[in-house]
Design a protein around this ligand. Structure first.
Ligand code: GDP
Length: 749
């Protein structure tokens, strides 16, 4: 079946051996109309994932150029690439928000989502992965697998995404193809299968020739003429080496594909497998995630990108071939889509990007938002070409659409055609999972990914009159990015931003200044600590509230117990105590109010008003007088939890980061002694070429402004990346230091 599909899609020009030159010279600025009514089997929804600076943006720019979507290539260092089109991205040369780009390559429709590589934007990567069918992972050929590669790889694993690896920067003198392939195995436990061999040419810097082991052809690029490739037969000594490597490739593929293995056994030969057979086997194994095809190139020098594009069509799955999504099963043919990105366009307003999982999205149709339980009228239906859009009449299942006119839909939301289709999916899910309908609704409504901020800081408008405009700007930015948290502190009257890193918050500020023209100020950056309970505690609490003529009285007995898992525990009812029978017959309205009160009580701990985690709350007794309001029950419970937390005492829990530093050997000892001063732990040091790779674990609070300090300390001879490793309880002394740092007061006096 798959072989037949491949034959169907095979471009006639491919047989002539001129595929790249021919397809590249096709200057087509928009996808052809026949693909607009897209044959789902030809759609490839994929993302490009990488450690920062590996070359995602440069590679994307080449893809757009070769597909004819753009006429000229931009460069990251010139700040004129298509996918990094926001000012902040162009100024910093990094990718911040995923941009969806649609283009055609040969007979395929590519929907490419360019994802940010910086740890601060991991949430965006998560949201993107949910709507993709496959991914291209770009490695820097001089570094192999890096810290952030591991993060995105694990995320892709979580979403069961088949992958292709592209080893970029093979022009660099220190590039090492074998080391990079091996690092996929040793660091990620992947099964990499190299489909190409890069050739270092004499005299010229880096590579411009690649041996294609599948087709057994020599591909040569003329770097000056960025589109042309000379395809020729492999000859002489090179042929001998290539034949050996091909046999090795066939062996590796046969190990993970039974059909090829059987063919090889029947023929009793590994050497006469034709390219079409091999491609089909690689496709089957890649889609089953039994192997990862590896290609190479030098995107900056225009080498290797067209075969990568071919490989995306050949080896990554179509929407039909992704592991059956539960949404498709629930909705069958009726419409459902997941929003994965909201971008604010100065002319069109909010543009919401969606992946259509089932049914058809018709222009101007009403959408029912499952999280909000309300309908919204959609406006224009668009296909996105980075910062340009084209209006279309409908977008079919498996495809990516951009929609205007939605005011309340956030990234991560699920939308359906109407309430009844949402309800019938909810009922099916409840039956399938044997859960109640509220829980089913919660599963459907949530995007499944949420991240806690690790940094906080206050944000101030230039004057009171600008507060309203700031609130609106923050609301819009939150719609685009749900890892941005905005909290209003009632006590201080301040607006607090919570983000995934210093860079994340700084960029939010820059966007408010440049896009919304509000000259905001940020307060000092603070770590998002959490609080944990020191000692188990049980106590009672009485609450009385008189409003007008009505009086509310609540009486509670509750206990709090510290746990080892640092999560929020739901309120439990004592099932064996004196009041067990009374508690088990409480009406849902009261239980709901009690739960809300408990959650509110844990929202701010007694030490630094940080969220309290790792505490099991148990209610032993509850009574209230007639006419007691829900608000009074919530308030009573909140007070009770806070009173118990104060008596039991809390300690701080701090985020500890896993750091990967790459440094010249001469600066290593300075880095290590500096890290020790910062309460850091060195986990390992390994050599990578002439450099050292140091893995360390350091509390985040010690790393504020670290990138600038590292640059100064090492004169730019070291770089680092980091990700959250764990939340770690602080000692009493450390807790006191942190409190002094935040409040200015030393609690030990
Ligand atoms: P991203 O952060 O992964 O999007 O990486 P970029 O595409 O922004 O590239 C990071 C830097 O590496 C830029 O200065 C690029 O010009 C450079 N770069 C990208 N591809 C190559 C390549 O093939 N060879 C070399 N030597 N540099 C490259």
């Amino acid at each position: 079946m798959i072989l037949r599909q491949l034959c169907k899609f095979k471009s006639p020009s491919r047989r002539a051996g001129l595929v790249y030159i021919k397809s590249c010279t096709r200057q087509q600025s928009r996808p052809s109309s026949d693909l607009r009514s897209a044959d789902v089997e030809r759609i490839r929804n994929f993302g490009i994932l990488a450690h920062i600076d590996a070359g995602k943006t440069t590679t994307t720019e080449r893809m757009l150029f070769y597909s004819g979507t753009i006429k000229q290539m931009g460069e990251v260092h010139h700040g004129n690439t298509v996918t990094d089109f926001m000012d902040q991205e162009r100024n910093r040369g990094i990718t911040i928000t995923s941009a969806a780009v649609t283009f055609d390559w040969n007979d395929y429709r590519f929907n490419l989502i360019d994802t940010p590589g910086h740890i601060d934007f991991t949430m965006e990567v998560e949201q993107t992965l949910q709507v993709l069918d496959g991914a291209v992972v770009v490695l820097d050929g001089s570094a192999g697998v890096e810290a952030q590669t591991c993060t995105v790889w694990n995320q892709a694993d979580k979403h069961k995404l088949p992958r292709i690896v592209y080893i970029n920067k093979m022009d660099r003198a220190d590039a090492d193809f074998s080391m990079s392939v091996e690092s996929l195995e040793s660091r990620l436990g992947a099964n990499p299968i190299a489909l190409q061999i890069p050739m270092k040419s004499n005299g010229e810097k880096g590579i411009s020739t690649v041996i294609d082991l599948v087709t057994m052809q020599l591909l040569e690029w003329d770097r000056k003429k960025s589109k042309s490739i000379n395809v020729s037969q492999i000859k002489g000594e090179l042929l001998e080496m290539a034949l050996e490597e091909r046999i090795r490739l066939v062996e590796l593929v046969a190990d993970v594909d039974e059909i090829l293995a059987e063919d090889v056994i029947q023929r009793e030969s590994l050497s006469n497998v034709v390219p079409a057979e091999l491609k089909a086997a690689i496709r089957r194994a890649t889609i089953k995630k039994l192997c990862v095809p590896v290609l190479c190139g030098s995107s900056y020098h225009n080498v290797g990108v067209q075969p990568l594009m071919d490989a995306i069509g050949l080896y990554l799955p179509s929407p039909f071939e992704r592991p059956k999504d539960y949404l498709v099963n629930l909705f069958k043919d009726s419409f459902c889509a997941r929003a994965f990105k909201v971008r604010h366009d100065s002319h069109k307003g909010a543009v919401t990007f969606m992946r259509v999982f089932s049914g058809n999205f018709q222009k101007g149709q009403k959408l029912f938002n499952v999280r909000l339980q309300k309908a919204e009228q959609s406006g224009q239906l668009l296909v996105a070409y980075a910062d340009e859009y084209e209006e279309v009449q409908d977008v079919g299942c498996g495809n990516i659409a951009a929609v205007t006119g939605l005011k309340d839909t956030f990234a991560g939301d699920l939308v359906t055609g109407n309430l009844s289709s949402a309800n019938s999916a909810k009922a099916k899910l409840a039956k399938l999972k044997n859960i109640d309908s509220n829980e089913a609704e919660h599963i459907l409504a949530s995007s499944g990914s949420s991240m806690e901020p690790v940094f906080f800081c206050s944000i101030e408008p230039p004057s009171q009159s600008a507060q309203k405009a700031l609130d609106k700007a923050l609301l819009e930015l939150q719609r685009e990015d749900n890892s941005l948290k905005v909290i209003f502190n009632q006590e201080t009257g301040q607006t607090i931003l919570g983000g995934m890193g210093e860079l994340h918050i700084e960029i939010i500020k820059e966007r408010i200044v440049s896009e919304y023209k509000i000259d905001v100020d940020l307060g000092p950056m603070q770590i998002a600590y959490k609080e944990i309970l020191q000692d188990a505690i049980k106590d009672s609490h009485q609450f009385t509230q008189k409003i007008g003529s009505s009086q509310s009285n609540v009486s509670l007995v509750m206990s709090l117990e510290p746990q080892d898992e640092y999560i929020q525990f739901p309120l439990e009812m004592d099932k064996s105590g004196e009041d067990a029978a009374k508690l088990s017959s409480l009406p849902p309205r009261i239980i709901n109010a009690l739960r809300k009160g408990t959650a509110a009580g844990f929202r701010s701990g007694p030490l630094l008003n940080c969220p309290v985690v790792g505490v099991k709350p148990v209610l032993h007794s509850f009574s209230s007088t007639y006419g007691t309001t829900d608000t009074a029950i919530i308030a009573a419970m909140t007070q009770c939890v806070q009173k118990l937390l104060k008596t039991g005492g809390t300690r701080l829990l701090e985020p500890v980061m896993q750091m990967e530093l790459i440094a010249d050997a001469e600066v290593l000892s300075a880095i290590i002694s500096d890290l020790t001063r910062r309460r850091g732990n060195v986990v390992s040091i390994v050599e990578r070429g002439k450099q050292k790779v140091l893995i360390a674990q350091t509390p985040l609070s010690e790393l504020l402004g670290y990138s600038t300090e590292l640059r100064t300390m090492t004169s730019g001879r070291a770089s680092f990346s980091m990700e959250i490793h764990e939340l770690r309880p602080m000692s009493q002394v450390e807790t006191n230091t942190a409190i002094k740092r935040v409040t200015g007061f030393d609690p030990s006096f």
